[in-house]
Write a protein that binds this ligand. Structure first.
Ligand code: ADP
Ligand code: MG
Length: 425
């Protein structure tokens, strides 16, 4: 199937990156449905092209609607005219993802003579108010800043007819849900809502379906599943050896770029320092950093000027780094869907990739949850040079037998040899 067969506007087709030969599976399935104006709940794996799957049909629809709105504006009072309005609202969990989505959609919007504005924290509100005054049709926002603007009546949401929740399950979780509810309460009831994600835990399904009216559920891939092209490796190491193990692995392999996930912000800074000391080009990125530094660091990583980025889960969702070869989990996330998203930063757009997790005894429970969610075996291997001397904590002796088996398997030498053959030392 070609993009042209999706009945997209010629200006949109012309503005698509020329290297895109055909729509991805989720694009093929979601675009025709979204174009009809129906609500959609779409599940598709990480890196499968969800941004354009909602972006293209919405740009096309608002182009048509814009003409109608302009007519309606003629009948508005002067007071209404002063209030900035928009047609499409894309909500995302992080500023970095808002920027990325805007970078993808901006050229397409421009080709359709439509304006896009980012509304998120870390940017001066004054600047955003000025941008809103230019009359954008498309808003890409994080919930906090959007709510601020709505509550101050600096943005009137009455004309919003299309809503996207990207990384939908994240936005429905407790951290965001109260804000999302307050935002939804202000949006027109008559609207198209599109929910996109790679993961949707069963407990959020119900909330998700309550947001939608007569939705079409589109599953390009089974929810919570990992991309086939990603190879996963788990090494059992001592808790205190993880940084050294990472350094050892980074020195053995010549990966062009590496993204390292770590649970705590402080540890991200400390680890980046340790890597620097070991002569490895690395920087840390997390939510406590200044927004300008966040942007600059991510930009350096995305453009290949920075080799190793140590990040918290701020970067777990949605972030697209072209051809990133490997992702590390310095520790396992306690929420299994987060594992799917972290690992999904590699093996994107049909490429292959490697995900390496450094696991210690204390993480047995997290590992079990990830195994269950993803249906991956994830056997634990021994890492040469890093013998495990940590004891299993007493409370964890009663782990499911499957873990014990995996531990025993890890004593086998095959995996270590396999690893050796990858290194050139
Ligand atoms: P997702 O949101 O599903 O994780 P993205 O929308 O971020 O995925 O897209 C992942 C990558 O795939 C991006 O680098 C994007 O440029 C690329 N991509 C998107 N659509 C296509 C396509 N039709 N053909 C080739 N590459 C594509
Ligand atoms: Mg995405």
């Amino acid at each position: 199937m070609t993009f042209a067969e999706l009945k997209l506007h010629p200006d949109l087709l012309a503005a698509l990156p020329s290297q895109y030969q055909q729509p991805t599976r989720i694009q093929q399935l979601a675009i025709p449905v979204a174009l009809t104006g129906q609500d959609v709940l779409a599940l598709a794996r990480t890196g499968s092209g969800k941004t354009l799957a909602f972006g293209l049909p919405l740009l096309q629809q608002i182009k048509l609607q814009q003409a109608k709105l302009q007519q309606a504006k003629l009948q508005q009072t002067k007071q209404d005219e002063a209030a900035p309005q928009a047609l499409v609202l894309v909500l995302v969990p992080t500023r970095e993802l808002a920027t990325q989505i805007s970078t993808v959609l901006q050229p397409l919007a421009q080709a359709m003579a439509l304006k896009l504005v980012i509304l998120c924290g870390g940017i001066e509100q004054e600047k955003q108010i000025a941008a809103l005054a230019t009359g954008p049709q498309l808003l890409v926002a994080t919930p906090g800043r959007l709510l601020d603007l709505l509550e101050q009546q600096l943005l009137i949401p009455d004309t919003i007819t299309h809503l996207v929740l990207d990384e939908a399950d994240r936005l429905l979780e407790m951290g965001f849900w109260p804000d999302i509810q307050r935002i939804l309460a202000r949006l027109p009831v008559q609207r198209q809502s599109l929910l996109f994600s790679a993961t949707l835990p069963a407990e959020l399904e119900e909330i998700a379906s309550r947001l939608l009216i007569d939705p079409r559920r589109i599953e390009a891939h089974a929810g919570n599943s990992l991309v086939d092209e990603v190879e996963q490796r788990c090494y059992l190491v001592n808790k205190g050896s993880k940084a050294q193990a990472l350094i050892g692995l980074l020195k053995q392999d010549i990966w062009s770029q590496v993204l390292v996930f770590i649970n705590a912000r402080d540890s991200a800074d400390a680890l980046a320092k340790k890597l620097n000391k070991a002569g490895i080009d690395a920087a840390a990125l997390h939510g406590n950093k200044d927004q300008q530094v966040r942007e600059q660091t991510l930009n350096e990583f995305k453009t290949g000027r920075l080799r190793v980025l140590v990040a918290t889960d701020l970067l777990a969702r949605g972030i697209d780094v072209t051809a990133l070869p490997v992702v590390f989990n310095l520790d396992l996330p306690t929420s299994a869907p987060v594992y799917v998203h972290r690992v999904g930063r590699t093996a994107r757009a049909g490429r292959s990739g490697l995900a390496i997790s450094l696991v210690c005894h204390a993480e047995a429970e997290a590992l079990a949850a990830i195994r269950t969610l993803t249906g991956s075996e994830l056997p634990l291997h021994a890492l040469e040079g890093f013998p495990v001397t940590d004891r299993v904590a007493s409370g964890e002796r009663k782990r499911p037998p499957r873990d014990k088996q995996a531990n025993r398997r890890s004593a086998g030498k095959r995996s270590i040899k396999q690893f050796k053959s990858n290194s050139s030392r």
